[in-house]
Ligand binder design. Structure first.
Ligand code: AMP
Ligand code: MG
Length: 348
């Protein structure tokens, strides 16, 4: 299959430019498109043949459900029922935006889209191209991240092309995305509001709206129960090299990483460090990549996947990363880094 690439300026485009993409989607094909979080791989959410194609193109396990993207509140009432008060309040506060909510699904949503679950994940994206694509195509778009399963999520069209060229019909290139990590997922299908995946919308922001919120204990990988978001159990976001996270006081972390890199380089391995602007000059050997200023949480989130992919371009075999606290986007960056590292933590 030939994958066409459509360049779009998200700040200045007409709906007509998206007509071919809309046609592909209406006919059951696949189009990758930019959202404010990461690039999504879109297909008709109500067409089981289209969702099967999404799973196949990504190599995604079939029990890992897809998020249904809508353009307006009417869309929510089409695909979900029993909308709770908290669901309504959170939609009012954060939609359109980087928040996905789990509701009870209506029958028109096929089980192939929800991985066999009786609930459905719904998001109203804020990105202009994503919104216009949903509105103009007249369908609801199922869209997981547009990467091969297990690899870092795509934050620019080049990442999508790298993973999915020849496997999908079209990529809409709208440049780099703004946020760079996936949406927050919150289960509002019952009275208790539970965070299933941390993201740009933090627990504190949700609590301000709902009064109370808990986090699925499986989110940080410290308990052995199955996570409520099935996708969270899979290895994710991973570069090809072995990634380790070093935790401890700042000075000790730098010291430990320097000695680990020295040892591996001496053994002949290609090695890299993931640091911040403040620490990057403290590393003496290996390739050093900075995620940006330590206090700029948006820059750290936006650079993470790009740098994990760069590690692959550079054929790095061992990667040592500094660790990031719960204050960086409510722990969302650390959550992704821990998964990318398969929870390999070295404490000093
Ligand atoms: P991605 O689209 O690649 O960001 O992944 C979507 C995430 O949403 C996965 O972790 C899924 O397990 C989760 N998800 C989708 N639908 C549901 C649902 N009905 N219940 C719980 N989690 C869901
Ligand atoms: Mg994904």
């Amino acid at each position: 299959m030939l994958t066409s690439v459509l360049k779009i300026n998200p700040d200045n485009f007409t709906g007509e430019e998206l007509e071919e993409a809309c046609n592909i989607l209406r006919n059951g094909g696949l189009v990758a498109f930019p959202t404010e979080t990461v690039y999504g791989l879109g297909g008709d959410a109500l067409n089981p043949a289209a969702s099967s194609k999404i799973y196949e193109a990504k190599g995604r396990p079939s029990d890992n459900p897809l998020i249904v993207h809508i353009a307006d509140m009417a869309g929510l009432y089409d695909v979900a029922h029993g909308i709770t008060d908290n669901g309504q309040k959170l939609a009012k506060a954060f939609w359109p935006g980087p928040l996905t909510m789990i509701f009870k699904k209506k029958d028109i949503v096929p089980l192939s889209t929800t991985g066999g679950l009786s609930t459905v994940a719904v998001r109203m994206p804020g990105h202009a191209v994503a919104r216009e694509l949903i509105r103009r195509s007249g369908i609801y778009i199922a869209a997981p991240s547009a990467n091969i399963s297990g690899r870092p999520s795509p934050t620019k069209a080049e990442h999508v092309i790298e993973d999915l060229s020849g496997r999908i019909d079209m990529v809409i290139d709208g440049g780099s995305v703004g946020i760079g990590i996936e949406s927050t997922i919150v289960d509002v299908s019952s009275e208790e509001t539970v965070i299933l995946r941390p993201g740009y919308i933090t627990k504190d922001m949700i609590k301000q709206v709902t009064g109370s919120v808990s986090t699925d204990p499986a989110v940080d990988g410290k308990v052995l129960t199955a996570p409520k978001a099935p996708g969270m159990k899979y290895r994710h976001y991973a570069p090809k090299g072995q990634l380790f996270i070093i935790e401890g006081t700042a000075g000790m972390v730098v010291c430990k990483i320097n000695s680990l890199v020295y040892e591996k380089e001496k053994e002949g391995y290609k090695t890299a460090v993931i640091a911040t602007d403040e620490t990057k000059d403290k590393y003496q050997c290996g390739i050093v990549k900075s995620l940006g200023p330590a206090r700029c949480e948006n820059s750290i989130a936006a650079s993470l996947y790009n740098i994990l992919r760069e590690m692959d371009y550079l054929d790095v075999q061992y990667i040592y990363s500094e660790s990031f606290g719960d204050d960086i986007l409510g722990g969302a960056v650390m959550n992704r880094l821990l998964k990318a590292a398969s929870y390999n933590i070295i404490r000093v």
